[in-house]
Design a protein around this ligand. Sequence first.
Ligand code: G6P
Length: 421
Amino acid sequence: MKIAVIGGGSSYTPELLDGLFARAKAIGLEEVRLYDIDPERLATVADFCLRMCKASGTCIDHQTTTDLSTAVAGVDFVIAQIRVGGNSARKEDELLGLRHGLIGQETTGVGGFAKALRTIPAMLEIAAAIEKRAPDATLINFTNPSGLVTEALLKHSRVRVIGLCNIPVTFHIEIAKALGAAREEVELESVGLNHLSWVRTVRLRGEDVTAKALAWGGKAGRPANLGELDYPEGFIRALGMIPMHYLRYYYLTDRMIEEMKKKGKTRAEEVMEVEAELFKIYRDLTVNEKPAALSKRGGAHYSLAALELIEAIHFDRGNVLTLDVRNHGAVAELPADAVVEVPCRVGRDGAVPLPARPVPPAILGLMRAVKAYEELAVTAAVERSRDAALLALVVHPLGPDADHAEAVLEDLLRTHRLELK
Ligand code: G6P
């Protein structure tokens, strides 16, 4: 098996390779190619990974390249984890939100929209290279906003792509922990979109323990990038479902904005500090272990998520994983060509979403509104359409109203030096 990592110079890469190296023999991994547009970061990360795998005795041939075509040629899997414009662009996305009294988060609200506008064209270029040089490869997309980017790729390329996020795996692990059970004993039924999903049923060894799990309500096990805010208990009880962490941006909007203002620092700035610390460690020739500081990033368990998917496909397992895939009618209330984040059966031929029960009105409106925004955002990014961009902003439940949308859009385009027609 050959794997290419696009965005290989990410500070996250050692976490990914640590997981891959540990399972290398089992999955027959022969080669990993790390691709990045920044040769310096790439070399630092690759050298550190080499020391790490030598120390653990699990070394796999890993090459580096700044040539996309070379990176993907003949590989079986491509893992994409790019951040167009780096964390400085992310900081601008967050500040854009704050300037207009809105949520400017990495994947949600006007921040996620700005990121989608600059990321989708880059991902379509990567998809074109895969179509040409590795047409049978599976593209595992972590690139944010993950569901939205996956939808753009499914609609505008021929690549076999599956969107992936660490949140469903993390949620599964945390709920099992809260129930005092092993993860294998716990089954979650969830429905929604990426960073916008709800756990509807929790089963422990086949028994419905949702009521017990609701008491946990998503309090514990929050990713490092989200604040300490809890949902009101009465709300969770009435909802009867566990909202995934990112739903705080929708259900606790005012408190989330307040919290961001109070901190006086964007998440991007915090991440830049953590990255400086991580890269210092990666450059230190005496260090050869995955640094503890990696836990300050939000991407916990992301190598586990990637491996579970790779193994399910490679071994034709037919097990159930929660992934971002084309709906195909699984969620009857959403368009068939929309990307949804739902439990899927996964094997050699890919991921097939399991049919969802009817979606209750308490969550249906939000799900539909965000999906409509995502459709418009894909059109805006692919057609470089100003009208679609304006509508995407207004349709987004966390976006500006029509009176303010043009000013927000102008600000966004100016800040990121983007142009639309
Ligand atoms: C979570 C999300 C990812 C996101 C990450 C951000 O894990 O699921 O989509 O990229 O957090 O973490 P960071 O440390 O960059 O804020």
